[in-house]
Design a protein around this ligand. Structure first.
Ligand code: HEM
Length: 279
């Protein structure tokens, strides 16, 4: 009910330049496109929208991009990036709270690399090896899109003796692969150290770990997704110590999964932060 009421409050605003209606807040009176077109004078750093707007109506470019395409691309990016990234951070923080030793190890790494006088920055991430292992292990245990996205065979093929006719719908169970005992020891356990000295990555070259899929239709947002998740998680555990409510023991934290296209925690993670930086 609450959510419906919120939608009812939303008013369609009209851009004062192109006169099209938009559902989002228009700060300048212009919509996203007109805002970008008006301020495309080299004074500010170009963003992603500037780059695609630059292709609009261009005769020379091999791409024919117009407003509806840009809207669809931005919508695709928002839908594909928001839940996936935030859910991964939620699972990572939950796992760290269930494993206080791992939490201490990440915080110690952050203290050594960043210290406690400032916040973590994106440029610090490449030096945070243990944090990167924690994120990999989280994506192994909690692939947010457990069945990836349905694929279709473009030609007849045979995999492991199974014939797959052209145009069949193929669904990959990434969730089951990550707990395959022939690929992982103690598959159910959260052990970031398993990636120490290992070249197994999440980018789709190692089929035992494919939280972003693999091949030409794998997630195109891998780099952005990993950066956002690592930076958010680093900031949360660098800036704050976290405590579970009612003196709950770490192992009592409920890790049940909710069913959905992306698999989130069934119950919200409730934890109390206390600030730990010196500034
Ligand atoms: C932790 C973060 C993320 C995870 C775990 C994730 C995971 C996935 C997975 C599993 C797929 C399906 C791949 C397949 O079926 O083979 C996918 C597709 C996709 N992702 Fe992500 N994603 C993340 C972040 C992002 C971000 C940040 C963006 C863009 C800004 C993005 C854009 C897309 C798009 C556009 C597709 C569809 C690709 C296609 O159909 O060709 N994702 N993602």
């Amino acid at each position: 009910m609450e959510r419906l009421d919120k939608w009812a409050e939303l008013k369609v605003r009209v851009c004062s330049d192109c006169s099209r209606g938009h559902l989002y807040e228009i700060k300048t009176g212009w919509c996203l496109f007109c805002e970008h077109l008006q301020s495309n004078n080299g004074e500010r750093t170009k963003d992603f929208v500037d780059v695609i707007v630059g292709f609009m109506g261009s005769e020379e470019s091999e791409y024919r991009i117009e407003r509806p395409h840009i809207k669809a691309i931005i919508m695709d990016m928002l839908v594909a990036s928001m839940d996936t990234s935030s859910t991964t951070v939620d699972w990572a923080l939950s796992e760290l709270m269930r494993h206080p030793k791992a939490m201490k190890k990440v915080q110690k790494e952050l203290e050594d690399v960043v210290e406690l006088e400032r916040m973590v920055e994106e440029s610090d991430l490449e030096k945070l090896d243990y944090l990167s292992m924690v994120v990999k292990e989280t994506l192994r245990l909690h692939p947010v899109a457990p069945l990836l996205v349905p694929h279709a065979a473009t030609e007849d093929c045979t995999v492991n003796g199974y014939h797959i006719p052209k145009k069949s719908r193929v669904i990959i169970n990434a969730w089951a692969i990550r707990r395959d005992p022939s690929a992982w020891t103690d598959a159910e356990e959260f052990i970031p150290e398993r990636f120490e000295g290992s070249d197994v990555h999440v980018r789709g070259n190692h089929f035992q770990l494919i939280p972003f899929g693999s091949g030409r239709r794998r997630c195109p947002g891998i780099q952005l997704g990993l950066t956002v998740v690592q930076l958010m998680l680093a900031q949360l555990v660098h800036c704050f110590d976290w405590e579970l409510p009612n003196n709950m023991f770490p192992e009592e934290l409920d890790m049940s999964e909710a069913l959905g296209i992306t698999v989130a925690r069934a119950k919200h993670l409730i934890a109390t932060p206390s600030y730990r930086l010196h500034k």
